[in-house]
Design a protein around this ligand. Structure first.
Ligand SMILES: Cc1ncc(COP(=O)(O)O)c(C=O)c1O
Length: 383
C-alpha cells in the first residue's frame, strides 16, 4: 500500500462479517432480521458488504434511504426511523415501498396516513415506544428515558389507536419498536424495556391489530478502553439469549438495529504527527487529524485506544494527542503514555469504525479523511 499522504479511516470488512455472523447466530432459532443502523457508518462498501451477508438497514433520513438504495439494499429491507421525518422524506419512503416506518409521534402518524391516502397506498408502520428505562450510559446517547424526545409512552396509545381506526385503509400497524440508547452493557435494562413494550404489544393485539414484528433497536456497546474480543462475542450471545427468552411465545419477526457493535472495532483512523510541542505542563503530539474527523472525544468525552505505528521501544512519554482545529476541545486522547514520538510518525486511533467518518466535518475547511477497505489482508476499495 502506498504511504498515506492524508488522514484515513481504514476498515476491516472481515471483522464486520465476524460480528454480523455472531449477532445472527445469537438469534438462531428465532425469526430475526438484522437492520444495520447505517448512521454508525454509511460507507457504500460497508453497506454492500452487510447487504450481501443478508442484512437490512435502519435509516434516519431521506439521504440515508437514498444511500442504501444506491448501494443495492432492497427497499423491503429498509426501516425508516427518526423524530423529524419531513413530508418529502415520507413520500419518498412510501413510493420506494420500504419495509416499515417507525413512528415517533401522533402528528407523524397523521402525516403518514395523509400521504398514503394521496398515494393510494397502505403504509406499514411501527410505533416507537419510550419505555422510560435508565440505560446508564452517557446522557447524550440515552434515548429511552422519559426526558428524551424519542418515542411515545403509554399515554399516547389511545390517540394512536384513534388515528389507526380513522385511517385503517391507509395504515397497517406491523409492530412496536424501541431503542433505549447506545453503548449499553446492562442486559437487564434491555429486558425491562422489552417487557414494557410487550405489554403494549398485547394491548394492540387485543384491539385486533395483527402485529407481526417486534423491533428492539440497537445499542449494544463495545468497551473502548479494553479490546476483549472474547468477552464481546460472549455479550452478543448473551444478548440474543436474553431477547429470545424475553420474547418467547410472541409470534413475531424480531428486528434488531445494531450499529456500533458491528462496525466500531473494524475501523481505525490513521493520522500523522506534524509537530511535537512540549510546554511546562504537557507534551502535545499535534496531528493532521482531530475532532473534525473523529468528534467522539470532544462530544462525549469518549476514549479511544491510541496505537502508535512505530517501532519505538524506548522511553515512555505522556502525550495529549491533539489535532489542527482552532478549538481546545480538539483532542483525540489526553494523558496517554506512548513511546517517544517524532514528526512524521503515524498514529492509529482504534475502534473508530462507528460514529467516526459518519460524523466527520470539514470544519476549518479541512479535507475529509480518506476511507480504505481491507479484506483478507488486501486493500479492496478506496473511496
Ligand atoms: C433508532 C436507532 N436504532 C439503532 C441505533 C444504533 O445504535 P448503536 O449504534 O448503539 O447500536 C440508533 C443510534 O442512535 C438509533 O437511533
Amino acid at each position: 500500500m502506498a504511504a498515506l499522504d492524508q488522514p484515513a479511516y481504514i476498515y476491516d470488512l472481515d471483522d464486520i462479517a465476524l460480528r454480523f455472523h455472531a449477532m445472527n447466530n445469537a438469534f438462531a432459532g428465532a425469526r430475526h432480521t438484522i437492520h444495520y443502523a447505517m448512521k454508525a457508518n454509511s460507507n457504500a462498501a460497508i453497506l454492500r458488504h452487510l447487504c450481501a451477508l443478508g442484512a437490512g438497514v435502519d435509516t434516519v433520513s431521506g439521504g440515508e434511504i437514498a444511500r442504501a438504495l444506491a448501494a443495492g439494499v432492497p427497499a423491503d429491507r429498509i426501516i425508516f426511523s427518526g423524530v423529524a421525518k419531513t413530508h418529502q422524506e415520507i413520500q419518498r419512503a412510501l413510493t420506494a415501498r420500504i419495509k416499515q416506518i417507525n413512528v415517533e409521534s401522533p402528528q407523524e402518524l397523521l402525516r403518514i396516513a395523509d400521504i398514503a391516502r394521496q398515494l393510494g397506498m397502505v403504509a406499514n408502520v411501527a410505533f416507537r415506544l419510550n419505555p422510560n428505562v435508565n440505560p446508564k450510559t452517557h446522557p447524550y446517547i440515552t434515548t429511552g428515558f422519559r426526558d428524551n424526545k424519542f418515542g411515545m409512552d403509554e399515554s399516547f396509545m389511545p390517540e394512536l389507536s384513534g388515528i389507526l381506526a380513522d385511517s385503517s385503509k391507509f395504515l397497517r400497524l406491523r409492530g412496536l419498536t424501541m431503542h433505549i440508547g447506545s453503548l449499553l452493557f446492562d442486559l437487564e435494562v434491555f429486558r425491562e424495556a422489552i417487557e414494557k413494550v410487550i405489554a403494549v404489544h398485547d394491548t394492540f393485539k387485543a384491539q385486533g391489530h395483527a402485529l407481526d414484528r417486534l423491533d428492539i433497536g440497537g445499542g449494544l456497546g463495545v468497551d473502548y478502553d479494553n479490546a476483549d474480543t472474547a468477552r464481546e462475542f460472549e455479550l452478543i450471545a448473551e444478548y440474543g439469549r436474553m431477547v429470545i427468552q424475553a420474547t418467547r411465545g410472541l409470534d413475531v419477526e424480531l428486528l434488531t438495529e445494531p450499529g456500533r457493535v458491528l462496525v466500531a472495532r473494524a475501523g481505525v483512523l490513521v493520522g500523522r504527527v506534524q509537530y511535537i510541542k512540549a510546554t511546562a505542563q504537557k507534551t502535545f503530539a499535534i496531528l493532521d487529524t482531530g475532532m473534525h474527523h473523529l468528534i467522539r472525544p470532544a462530544l462525549y468525552g469518549a476514549t479511544h485506544r491510541i496505537l502508535p505505528l512505530i517501532q519505538g521501544t524506548g522511553q515512555q512519554i505522556m502525550y495529549d494527542i491533539v489535532g489542527p482545529i482552532c478549538e481546545s476541545s480538539d483532542f483525540l486522547a489526553k494523558g496517554v503514555s506512548l513511546p517517544q514520538l517524532k514528526q512524521g510518525d503515524c498514529i492509529a486511533i482504534a475502534d473508530a469504525g462507528a460514529y467516526g467518518f459518519a460524523m466527520a466535518s470539514q470544519y476549518n475547511s479541512h479535507e475529509l479523511p480518506a476511507e480504505i477497505m481491507v479484506a483478507a489482508g488486501r486493500v479492496l476499495v478506496c473511496e
